[in-house]
Design a protein around this ligand. Structure first.
Ligand SMILES: Cc1cc2nc3c(=O)[nH]c(=O)nc-3n(C[C@H](O)[C@H](O)[C@H](O)COP(=O)(O)OP(=O)(O)OC[C@H]3O[C@@H](n4cnc5c(N)ncnc54)[C@H](O)[C@@H]3O)c2cc1C
Length: 354
């Protein structure tokens, strides 16, 4: 283990940590990026194949602005690393997508410039790019820091340590374990199930360009789906909070009752897939704040420790804007958005941002 003292140590190489490391490094500072399980690993919230990027956030214009800021940064990144994809075109719902039966929908919004991000691949590629740009990636499982003199000098892991001037903890659903007193009741990791279905043989109905990314707001639920990308299957999930979940040890096996619920939805809305084979399932976790606003703030007891998390099931797309915002706060003392502050985080769940 190196004995160097970095300007910045970013703990957590998910989408928030990787983009924060990217912007800190742009300033010329020395940056270490650490992760206990690897960039966008299978336990991490950023470890899924794909994530939706959309601009629509209802009244929460702040997140629309952030998604609009993130999209060109994702595109620049994709162009730089040769990972650009064809856009999904938009037309009128029922005519364009006869394979979907949204009889309960009276209107929809099409975002021709939005679509999906190849999540795991993007974060892992970004971290490789960071390493080429002299960010040091270190496999390291940081112990919870103990509060001493108001300044954190080093983080520890089984006798090893990493020293830095400033620490940024981007540990997603692990944040309540690292800061139990501060965040134990402010970030709620919940179990989320995702299904990949096999389309009928010879059918092109469930891949691009015939199938878009879509979200369906029903009275009871928020199903969303992504087309079959790279032959992995048509992805569908329900954006409702599951039970509390441990990101280290929680079971990632899907229950039969969840599959029955899924089949009920398919029967009503995507009849071609009612009996489709489940090719793959994933159990991931959201790391919810009380209302869905991100947490991006300085630790109240350490002047040189920052925390970024609380992606709350919608954070991935915002990675670039978050990295830019946080590095601006740290490097230039840019003003903070009150909605992201620790003091705005309540302890009773009442979801408001979708
Ligand atoms: C099923 C599902 C669907 C989603 N869909 C969307 C979507 O469509 N669009 C969208 O924008 N967002 C979506 N999200 C949300 C988005 O994926 C998350 O908000 C985002 O990935 C959070 O990133 P993160 O970097 O904060 O956390 P993570 O990706 O979890 O990264 C945290 C990292 O910290 C590391 N770590 C933890 N503890 C330590 C430690 N002590 N020492 C060192 N390293 C540590 C972990 O190994 C991990 O790699 C979805 C999430 C899920 C689960």
């Amino acid at each position: 283990m190196t004995k160097k003292t970095y300007d910045f140590a970013v703990v957590g190489a998910g989408v928030f940590g990787a983009w924060t490391a990217y912007f800190l490094r742009q300033s010329g500072a020395s940056v270490a990026l650490l992760d206990a399980y690897g960039p966008a690993n299978s336990r991490a919230s950023s470890g899924g194949e794909t994530r939706v990027i959309r601009m629509g956030y209802g009244p929460d214009e702040l997140y629309t602005r952030w998604a609009m800021r993130s999209l060109p940064l994702w595109r620049e990144f994709a162009a730089r690393t040769g990972r650009e994809r064809e856009e999904l075109k938009a037309e009128e719902i029922a005519r364009r997508w006869p394979q979907l039966r949204f009889h309960d929908v009276t209107w929809g919004v099409v975002e021709p410039a939005s679509g999906l991000l190849l999540a795991r691949d993007a974060v892992q590629t970004l971290v490789k790019e960071l390493v080429k740009g002299s960010v040091e990636y270190i496999p390291f499982s940081a112990d919870a820091p103990s509060v001493s003199d108001g300044k954190l000098k080093a983080i520890q892991s089984g006798g090893e340590s990493v020293s830095a001037g400033t620490f940024v903890f981007c540990c997603g659903p692990w944040l309540p374990k690292i800061f139990p007193e501060l965040l134990g009741e402010r970030i709620f990791p919940t179990r989320q199930e995702v299904f990949f279905l096999g389309a009928p043989s010879g059918s092109a109905d469930f891949g691009p360009p015939k199938m878009p990314v879509w979200l369906h707001r029903t009275h009871a639920d928020l199903p969303y789906a992504l087309p079959d990308i790279e032959g992995r299957g048509f992805k569908i999930a329900f954006d409702r909070h599951g039970e509390r979940f441990d990101p280290d040890t929680g079971s990632r096996v899907v229950g039969e009752s969840s599959i029955a619920r899924l089949r009920d939805y398919l029967r009503q809305h995507i009849p071609q897939l009612e009996h489709a084979p489940v090719l793959e399932t994933r159990v991931c976790q959201y790391e919810n704040t009380w209302n869905g606003d991100f947490l991006i703030d300085r630790h109240p007891q350490f002047e040189n420790v920052w925390i970024a998390g609380g992606g709350s099931g919608h954070g991935f797309k915002h990675g670039p804007a978050l990295g830019e915002y946080l590095s601006g706060r740290i490097l230039h003392g840019a003003p903070g958005e009150p909605r992201f502050s620790l003091s705005a985080k309540l302890t009773a769940q009442n979801r408001a941002v979708y």
